[in-house]
Design a protein around this ligand. Structure first.
Ligand SMILES: Nc1ncnc2c1ncn2[C@@H]1O[C@H](COP(=O)(O)OP(=O)(O)OP(=O)(O)O)[C@@H](O)[C@H]1O
Ligand SMILES: [Mg+2]
Length: 417
């Protein structure tokens, strides 16, 4: 019999909160409630800076999604973002417990991942994800799922994503304040990757870049799983503020001008749309009524170039240059900025595509754009866990996220490449 469960994802972004409620079965994720476009207050560059304002925005977003879905939400997968997010690759080794068949069991796998998790992190840091990349059984490498194999020595290579314990507690606290339990905090970049990347891209080697309002979250995939993650404290808001300075306009007007410029380029199906005509800004209270388009593009492009150069630096720093043949997939709201694709190609010197969320059906009109990737990804992440094993509910009422062997076991199946 087909199982079914309601799974909710909440993306707490620097510009907006998005809630996606879906009915998940073994072969389908059907969206039944959505609320995007609730401006986030109290979130800066991915971090909670004002609890009350954040709680108010989260509460509005949840209420709207609940009304649409006709269900009451009690728990959710919640995204975590911010430049406090870091990662390391860790190795674990255990002796396989002796049993009649000398086969590796789920418990052995759970123990080896626990062993890999024993990294020395300062008390200010907490582990967000422990992702098994590769198992080694009796020195044989490249094993994706060792359960049932014979062996005496089991090793694992993992990618551990960790973050500031305070930042994590604050996000959990805001969500708990609206009477929602956090199933799990999910790194926003990883959530976007779930929604946007294909299995082939993950396998070949690709870089997922989510450019939001206040952050740019990066995850590199190689051989099917994440190998490097980083969050840069830059995003679309900087493009808007550059335009506001250049045009001596209000931020709100600069934002409207940026979006109109980008939409024009999108409609004309060119990366930038310059027909030689000036851009009409008469509806805004500026010193001029018309501006040469090229001037707007120059301002936007300077910032895009900076963003992609910093990403290129991150790729080099992590030793991944030349190892990501499937190129770069750009998502997040700012991926819609005119000139993004071209600037990414020029500065990263890799193949580039703009990624939008996939893998869900139902009421998806509001969440088709690249600005919904993290929210859709949070639900897909939850769906993977649900299909891998039963969802566990975590005791984080006090803002602490419980970790345990059982949780690792449940994650393991779902995250295996
Ligand atoms: N059509 C568009 N053209 C250009 N930029 C756009 C467009 N729509 C949204 N943006 C920009 O996308 C950014 C917001 O993206 P997104 O919604 O992904 O951010 P967020 O998730 O709230 O923030 P973060 O991920 O940084 O915490 C804003 O800077 C906004 O100006
Ligand atoms: Mg975001």
């Amino acid at each position: 019999m087909s199982r079914e469960k309601i799974i909710t994802g909440i993306d707490i972004g620097s510009t907006k909160i998005t809630t996606v409620v879906a009915s998940v079965s073994d072969n389908k994720v059907s969206v039944i409630g959505v609320s995007g476009n609730i401006p986030s207050k109290g979130i800066n560059k991915g971090n909670v800076v004002d609890i009350d304002s954040s709680v108010e925005a989260i509460s509005q977003s949840i209420e709207k999604a609940e009304r649409m879905a006709g269900v009451s939400i009690s728990n959710a997968f919640v995204t975590l973002n911010g430049s406090h997010i870091e990662n390391l690759n860790s190795h674990g080794v255990v002796a396989v417990s002796p049993n009649e068949t000398s086969e590796i069991t789920k418990e052995d796998v759970s123990r080896v991942i626990e062993a890999a998790q024993a990294v020395s992190l300062p008390s200010t840091r907490e582990i967000v994800h422990v992702i098994p990349r590769d198992f080694v059984v009796n020195s044989q490498e490249g094993i994706k799922d060792p359960v049932g194999m014979s062996g005496v020595r089991l090793e694992v290579e993992t990618n551990v994503i960790h973050g500031s314990a305070t930042a994590m507690k604050n996000i959990a606290k805001c969500v708990n304040k609206v009477a929602i339990d956090v199933d799990e905090l999910v790194y926003a970049g990883l959530a976007s990757a779930e929604a946007v990347l294909t299995d082939t891209e993950k396998e070949l080697g690709t870089l997922l870049v989510d450019i939001g309002g206040g952050t740019t979250s990066v995850v590199a995939f190689l051989d099917g799983s994440p190998i490097h993650s980083a969050v840069l404290p830059i995003g679309g808001k900087l493009i808007t503020s550059d335009l506001a300075i250049g045009l001596r306009s209000r931020l709100e007007d600069a934002e409207k001008i940026k979006i109109r410029l980008s939409n024009e380029a999108l409609i004309s199906k060119t990366d930038i749309h310059d027909d030689g005509e000036d851009f009409d800004v008469s509806e805004f209270d500026l010193e001029v009524e018309r501006i040469p388009r090229i001037m707007l593009y120059k301002i936007v492009n300077a910032r895009l170039e900076e963003i992609f150069r910093l990403i290129a630096l991150e790729v080099t720093r992590s030793g991944l240059s030349g190892k990501l043949p499937a190129g770069v997939v750009i998502t997040g709201g700012a991926a819609m900025t005119a000139g993004t694709e071209k600037s990414a190609k020029v500065n990263l010197k890799m193949p580039v595509r703009i990624g939008v969320p996939k893998g869900v059906t139902g009421l998806i009109d509001e969440i088709k754009g690249p600005d919904s990737s993290s929210a859709v990804g949070a639900v897909l992440y939850g769906a993977k866990l649900f299909r891998g094993s039963n969802l566990l509910s975590f005791d984080n009422k006090n803002g602490s996220i419980r970790k345990g062997a059982s949780k690792i076991l449940s994650k393991l199946k779902s995250l295996l490449p």
